[in-house]
Structures are given as structure tokens and as C-alpha cells.
Design a protein. Structure first.
Length: 276
């Protein structure tokens, strides 16, 4: 009787031991990075690699049309030429002094895009291509592109340099807001009924640039453009006047924006405009 009980016990033990045999470790496939750095062997490639290691953002001067044009679901209506490698160092210097230097390290880590493209020329797609005045900077959900990586930068007029600075900051904020890396001030959208805004009454609502179907982000980017382009004194004398701001909406929304980012992120937007 005891032998009959012993055989089932031994069988169970053998099955348990075999069942506990270690399975081979499954190793996941190695995912290769989408881009390889450095892209060349210039002295500035080390700066680009250091920037990636610090912020996790690719800076590319070699890129494809797909890298630039593809915007989540479709192509954007712009084209961009690859940057002139002789002017990449110059472009890195411009980006550092005219854009990155105004934002602290924590803010940059929070808001930098996946990739920054250095282009020698950005333009709107037109048939035929008119080679119209290039666009200084542009952004999509996946990138920010600087469009003056060429010898043309040294030929820009003072006004074109101002426009370049403005476009860089607007494009930077646009990608940060659209990708939800950065939020609008909590009460900003509620401060304006955009269904009531028209070209003839935009000042009454404190709107710099009216467009059909505009929303709070469009309005906000208008403020970024105005703030980074003008000194505080210029805004006081040209924007916050009784004639231009009869309801005090420009001043109200300006204070809302500048105070919010200064308090929460230690970013002084007006310092950008004051840095002429």
C-alpha cells in the first residue's frame, strides 16, 4: 500500500523539478537610434554631440525631406535645403545667443523639440518655385528648423535680424505649446471670446493679429512676437496707450503671460525684447 502511494509522489516531484527548469532569458531586440551623431568630423560636431547628451535633442545639418516635411499626418507646405556645413558653427552660435541663452536649463529640458534642423533656406512650396524670400525659422510637432545656415546670414539687414529673432522665439514656443510640453497661462483662453473678435475690433479684445477661426494659441503667439521684438518702453508707448488699448486688454493679457512664466519657470520674456 505504501509503494502505491510512493509512485504518485515521486512522479509529482519529477514533474515539478522539470517544470522549474530555467527558461532561456529572452533578450529584447536592440533598437537603433533614428539618427547617428556625429554627422561629420568638424570641430562643431562635438558641440552638437554634447548638446544631445545634455538635452536629448538632435541637431542635424544633414536631413531628408521627410525629416523636415512630415508632420504627424501629412506634409507641411514648406521645403528646406540642408544647411551649408561651412556655416553650421555660426548657426549654433546664433541659436545659443539669440534663443537658448534666454531660457534656463530646466526650461530647455522641458521644452526642447525632438530635433533641431539647420537649413540653408526654408520657403513656402509654390509652383513654380519662385525662390521667394526665405523664412527664418519654422516648427512642427517634431522639430524646430533654423533657416539661415548659409552665407546669406552675414548679409541680413538690421530689420531682417529683428525678424529672425522674432521668428525663432515664436517657432520655439509654437512647438512647445502644440506638443503640450508647455501650457498657456491657466486663465488666458478664458480671457477672450474669440468668436467675437474681428479685424475692426481686435484691439478691444487685446488681439495683435486677427485671423479667421483663430484660437487662444494664435493669440498667445502674437503676444510672444510682440514681447520678444519690443522693449518694455516701446510697448508702453505704442501698445498700452489709451488709443490703442481702450479696454486695457493688451496690458491685462501681457501681465498675465509675463508674470505666469516668470513665477512658474523663472523665464523673463520681456528680457528678450529688452535685449536689442
Amino acid at each position: 500500500m505504501k509503494l502505491k502511494l510512493l509512485f504518485p509522489v515521486l512522479s509529482f516531484m519529477i514533474i515539478s523539478i522539470l517544470g522549474c527548469k530555467k527558461e532561456p532569458v529572452i533578450k529584447p531586440d536592440t533598437i537603433q537610434p533614428e539618427y547617428q551623431l556625429p554627422q561629420g568630423n568638424h570641430p562643431y560636431d562635438h558641440k552638437i554631440l554634447d548638446f544631445y547628451n545634455k538635452y536629448g535633442t538632435y541637431i542635424l545639418y544633414k536631413f531628408s525631406s521627410k525629416d523636415f516635411r512630415w508632420n504627424i499626418t501629412d506634409d507641411i507646405l514648406y521645403v528646406a535645403d540642408q544647411g551649408d556645413q561651412d556655416y553650421v558653427e555660426q548657426s549654433l552660435d546664433v541659436l545659443d545667443k539669440k534663443l537658448f541663452s534666454f531660457y534656463n536649463e530646466g526650461f530647455l529640458k522641458l521644452t526642447l523639440p525632438y530635433k533641431i534642423l539647420l537649413s540653408s533656406r526654408i520657403r513656402v512650396v509654390k509652383l513654380p518655385d519662385t525662390l521667394a524670400t526665405p523664412i527664418p525659422a519654422i516648427s512642427t510637432f517634431s522639430h524646430f528648423t533654423f533657416g539661415q545656415t548659409s552665407r546669406r546670414f552675414s548679409q541680413l539687414t538690421d530689420q531682417e535680424l529683428v525678424d529672425l529673432k522674432t521668428d525663432m522665439h515664436v517657432a520655439y514656443w509654437q512647438q512647445a505649446i502644440n506638443t503640450k510640453k508647455m501650457e498657456l497661462p491657466p486663465s488666458f483662453a478664458a480671457a477672450t471670446d474669440y468668436s467675437m473678435v474681428m479685424e475692426f475690433n481686435k484691439n478691444q479684445y487685446g488681439v495683435f493679429h486677427y485671423s479667421n477661426g483663430m484660437n487662444a494659441t494664435d493669440d498667445f503667439l502674437g503676444y510672444i512676437a510682440a514681447i520678444v521684438t519690443h522693449t518694455a518702453e516701446e510697448l508702453e508707448n505704442a501698445v498700452f496707450t489709451l488709443d490703442n488699448d481702450p479696454e486695457g486688454r493688451f496690458r491685462f493679457k501681457y501681465n498675465m503671460i509675463t508674470n505666469y512664466y516668470k513665477v512658474k519657470y523663472n523665464v523673463d520674456l520681456q528680457a528678450i525684447g529688452n535685449s536689442k
